[in-house]
Design a binder for this molecule. Structure first.
Ligand code: GFB
Length: 321
């Protein structure tokens, strides 16, 4: 494969060996599901087989397996409280994982790598919708600056390998994701799985109220993880540029409106009460989807449909977590 990294180089997936780092996570699992529709071979390693934070082990594994393409979907992730409570873990684990995988991909001459970050890389008060060019133009949101700094370092590492070594390594920044395989633990989860669990348990226990964190006024953009995986495959194929690319749905809503929608989907009719002792985080983070749209990609799953299917998944499989 030619090594023309700038501009519109296409990566043909047919017959390629694709390594999904983090295949047991929500995004990695969605990528594996999505890639079954392609004529490619998917390779993965469990945590027991390979510690992705171990630079030497990852280097050795990559030399043996020799993938043609890599998705870096492995990360230590969590909701607002987990990020705020474990800053050292979020910074160090993410730095180690991304550095190990990206460096190993370079040494194993991987043709294409897609590194995944998050919309929290942008300044807390970035103009909305947030264009990719807003990166590093202002201060970060303090509850997740540790995770954000690690993800910004990953973007820079991909850019550095492009510049110094001509590698076709790109970065994709998904908005807040949800879907099957999410973490439903109330202390460490993101808002959607937390609300699904809270409203479901309140419905079953006939509780008169459900408490949601913060003021309810922050706005968030959500994307179903299957839409995200579809966009990431489009990016693997079509996108080859220094600058990272946003992956969002294009719509946002307040946490209060989200809570009312989840209550409706779950069938809970009690009161919703706010807990102002918990952090709100960034006031708004709606990303511009112009670059992704230019690739011809559009989301397919509406928030209400996505919440309904995720709730079904939770009732059938997720409650045991
Ligand atoms: O999803 P979430 O934890 O992450 O919270 P962030 C989003 C909003 O929902 C915040 C509110 O304003 C929360 O206060 N919220 C209301 C709740 N009730 C709850 C609840 O029961 N649980 C949770 N978790 N939130 C994360 C970052 O920020 O987003 C990460 O910390 C990452 O680094 C991720 O970028 C995508 O959107 O605030």
């Amino acid at each position: 494969m030619a090594n023309d990294v700038q501009g519109s180089r296409r990566f043909d997936l047919a017959g390629q060996r694709v390594f999904v780092a983090g295949h047991r996570g929500m995004v990695g699992a969605a990528l594996v599901r999505r890639l079954t529709a392609e004529r490619c071979e998917v390779v993965a390693a469990t945590r027991k087989e390979l510690d992705l934070a171990d630079r030497r082990a990852v280097g050795q594994w990559m030399q043996e397996v020799r993938p043609d393409a890599v998705f870096v979907a492995a990360a230590k992730v969590g909701g607002i409280l987990a990020n705020d409570t474990y800053p050292a873990d979020f910074l160090l684990q993410n730095l180690l994982i991304e550095a190990s995988v990206i460096e190993a991909a370079y040494h194993a001459q991987v043709d294409k790598l897609v590194f995944l970050g998050s919309s929290c890389i942008y300044p807390k008060h970035a103009p909305q919708p947030i264009a990719e060019s807003a990166l590093l133009t202002g201060s970060l949101e303090p509850t997740n600056e540790w995770y954000a700094i690690a993800k910004i370092a990953g973007i820079k590492l991909c850019q550095a390998y492009r510049r110094q070594h001509g590698c076709d390594f790109v970065s994709a920044m998904p908005t807040n994701l949800y879907g099957p395989g999410d973490n439903f633990d109330l202390a460490s989860s993101h808002v959607i799985p937390a609300l699904i669990r809270k409203f479901h348990e309140a419905k079953i226990g006939r509780s008169p109220e459900v408490v949601i964190w913060g003021s309810g006024t922050p706005r968030r953009e959500f994307l179903h993880v299957d839409d995200c995986a579809d966009a990431l495959v489009a990016i693997l194929r079509e996108y080859s540029d220094d600058e990272h690319i946003n992956v969002g749905s294009g719509d946002d809503l307040t946490i209060q409106d989200l809570a009312e929608l989840v209550a409706k989907v779950v069938g809970y009719e009690g009161r919703i009460v706010n807990d102002p002792s918990k952090p709100d985080g960034t006031p708004r983070k709606l990303m511009s989807g112009d670059k992704l749209k230019a690739l011809g990609w559009r989301p397919r799953i509406t928030l209400e449909d996505g919440l309904a299917s995720t709730y079904r998944w939770f009732v059938e499989k997720g409650q045991m977590q």
